[in-house]
Design a protein. Structure first.
Length: 103
């Protein structure tokens, strides 16, 4: 699989989310594959939600639900979103192959 797209992951360093204080760490850019299709996934609370964007990153990438992902869609518009669901896919020898993020 070739990774032609790019996504920037902005980590949340902390701060009080209830007070609106969110400190962003240095953003890091990754090569990825972005697919646009609707899929039913479970969010971090176990609820069924619809995901419209699926990002595949090579290898294991550290992602949290508080991180913000920034990318450009097919029209060149900058989009931002937080992960709904993510998982690390592994091969038969349990080596990480890719990280799949649903937005």
């Amino acid at each position: 699989m070739e990774y032609w797209d790019r996504v920037t992951i902005v980590k949340n360093k902390g701060g009080d989310p209830w007070a609106g204080g969110k400190e962003a760490a240095d953003p890091k850019e990754y090569r990825c594959r972005i697919d646009y299709s609707s899929r039913l996934v479970k969010d971090q609370n176990g609820q069924d939600v619809v995901s419209n964007v699926h990002i595949r990153l090579p290898g294991a990438v550290a992602i949290e639900y508080t991180d913000e992902l920034v990318w450009r869609d097919l029209n060149g518009t900058e989009r931002r979103s937080n992960p709904i669901h993510y998982k690390v896919s592994r091969d038969l020898e349990y080596r990480p192959r890719m990280t799949v993020v649903d937005l």
